[in-house]
Design a protein around this ligand. Structure first.
Ligand code: SAM
Length: 244
């Protein structure tokens, strides 16, 4: 899977993705991250890529020409019109099911804004998806694009050592993951739940499922209505409600 990031700060992207799991995935050739400097497409000797907003107001706006030309360079290189994600606080809020959908693509282009944003005309021409990483305003689209690259790449086969770990974690099935424990079995007087030491795998699975449900109800009750609950899950929820 190839990620192409259109940005004024390519070093930020390169520094961010070349370590840990994404860094290893790049070395193994499972993903590639190509940071394209929009300034290289400025078309003037000063490298100017922004200007004052028409109609007045604070800040600067990124000009359409350099953004369009940097996008065209990717399109020509890969030979087709890719999906282009504009990172913007005005977009649909990113979540795990969007990550799963984007992970099906061969190439993804991320367009990072800066300053007050980007001239609307070029956005209308090239952007296929407007995506936000949450209801707050950041200085640029670089961190949001890295958040998305991280979440999407761990769904690419082979990126995680153990494919099962992506399968059973938070947001799969609209449930949060159960609590995790490792050695030692006792830490400062607090013991690991005894069921996890029992070796009884069906019982461990049942306990984990119930913990997932409990945790989701406590921490993210908004998710539970879309969870795929079995009749055993519903029975467990009823027993919780009865004991309330
Ligand atoms: N004036 C813009 C507005 O009110 O919608 C905000 C511009 S923001 C200061 C600069 C850039 O940061 C945006 O163009 C976008 O690329 C990025 N950005 C800021 N917050 C973001 C968020 N929550 N999610 C995704 N991108 C964001």
């Amino acid at each position: 899977m190839n990620f192409h990031v259109l940005t004024l700060f390519p070093e930020m992207i390169n520094d961010g993705v070349n370590t840990s799991i994404t860094g290893r995935a790049i070395s193994k050739g499972l993903i590639s991250v190509n940071a394209v400097n929009i300034r290289d497409f400025a078309g003037n000797k000063y490298g100017q890529v922004d200007d004052y907003p028409y109609g007045g107001g604070a800040g600067m706006v990124m000009q359409p020409g350099p953004v369009y030309r940097s996008y065209e360079s990717i399109k020509e290189k890969i030979g087709y019109k890719p999906r282009v994600i504009y990172l913007t606080p005005q977009g649909k809020v990113f979540n795990q099911s969007m990550a799963e959908e984007f992970a099906e693509e061969k190439d993804l282009v991320f367009l990072c804004g800066h300053y007050e944003g980007i001239d609307e005309r070029v956005l209308e021409m090239i952007v296929t998806d407007n995506v936000s990483i949450g209801d707050y305003v950041l200085t640029g689209g670089e961190l949001p694009s890295m958040v998305m690259i991280d979440a999407i790449s761990r769904l690419v086969p082979g990126v995680l050592n153990n494919d099962v770990s992506a399968e059973f974690e938070s947001f799969n099935d609209n449930l949060l993951e159960y609590p995790q424990y490792t050695r030692p079995a006792e830490f400062m007087g607090k013991e690991v739940p005894p069921i996890l030491l029992s070796g009884n795998h069906p019982k461990v699975d049942e306990w984990r499922r119930q913990q997932s449900i409990l945790r989701t109800m406590e921490r993210r009750p908004d998710l539970i209505k879309d969870a795929n609950l079995t009749s055993a899950d519903k029975k467990y929820i009823r027993s919780l409600e009865e004991n309330d």
